[in-house]
Design a protein around this ligand. Structure first.
Ligand SMILES: NC(=O)c1ccc[n+]([C@@H]2O[C@H](COP(=O)([O-])OP(=O)(O)OC[C@H]3O[C@@H](n4cnc5c(N)ncnc54)[C@H](OP(=O)(O)O)[C@@H]3O)[C@@H](O)[C@H]2O)c1
Length: 213
């Protein structure tokens, strides 16, 4: 029986993932790392109010097999490149290290299309550096999901994202071949795909992008 931890469980993908894991019989327990507790109650769900600056506060009983990392911010929301880096690199690396020490087997990270440590685009470079750092940790199964724009109901308004989605939907019929990886994807579909991949329990490093999803 597997146990899952979801970092970023209140986000667009993280929330879908958490609910889907709760419904999935292969998972015995689901730990959700949150900054604000959900009102829901579920026999399999354990919510953990987390301080990413001090993960050692997480009870030593919590040793998941699979770590789903849906954490992330935007430069606009974080307020600066440094603040973005802290979430999208430092926190993610710390989570990966922390749960590896606790015996986790699989790490599944939502990265982003174009992630590359040598990229001239800051966002893509940090995503690439994060992937690179996590590769060093020797998880048995390491999955990097590189979506383009994510579709779904978001409570907050992100103007840039909305505009990007509008354009992408318009040009979607022309996105094939090498452009297919830029097709937007529904957060729920990505969550389903992540669970599917985790259940295969394959060893190795896997990079997934559209049209895989
Ligand atoms: N959205 C897109 O179109 C898109 C495209 C490609 C890749 N991605 C990547 O996919 C991942 C998931 O995206 P998403 O849109 O589902 O994310 P999201 O809706 O913005 O959710 C992000 C999650 O990270 C948490 N978080 C953010 N800043 C934090 C901080 N300083 N401390 C603790 N927790 C923090 C949020 O917690 P709170 O709810 O408490 O704020 C939330 O649970 C991200 O890494 C993103 O970069 C997104």
């Amino acid at each position: 029986m597997k146990t899952a931890i979801v970092a970023g469980a209140t986000g667009l993908v993280g929330k879908q993932l958490m609910y889907k894991l709760l419904e999935n019989d292969n998972y015995q327990k689901v730990y959700a790392l949150v900054r604000k507790l959900y009102e829901i109650k579920h026999e399999k769900l354990i919510q953990i109010l987390v301080n990413y600056d001090n993960l050692d506060l997480i009870s030593s009983d919590i040793c998941p097999t699979d770590v789903f990392c849906c954490l992330g911010t935007t430069i606009a929301k974080a307020g600066s490149e440094e603040a973005f880096y802290k979430v999208d690199f430092t926190y993610i690396q710390q989570i990966a290290k922390f749960f590896k020490k606790r015996g986790a087997i699989n790490f599944l990270l939502i990265s982003a299309v174009g992630a590359h440590a040598d990229s001239s685009i800051f966002y893509s470079r940090i995503k690439g550096e994060t992937e690179q750092a996590i590769r060093q940790l020797d998880y048995e199964g390491l999955h990097f999901f590189r979506p383009s724009l994510l579709l779904g109901q978001r409570e907050e308004m992100r103007i840039g994202e909305r505009v990007g989605i509008g354009f992408a939907m318009l040009f979607q019929p022309f996105m094939f071949g090498g452009l297919e990886k830029y097709k937007p994807i529904h957060a729920a579909a990505l969550a389903d795909y992540m669970i599917l991949r985790s259940l295969e329990s394959k060893k190795g490093v896997f990079i997934r992008e559209n049209p895989d999803f």
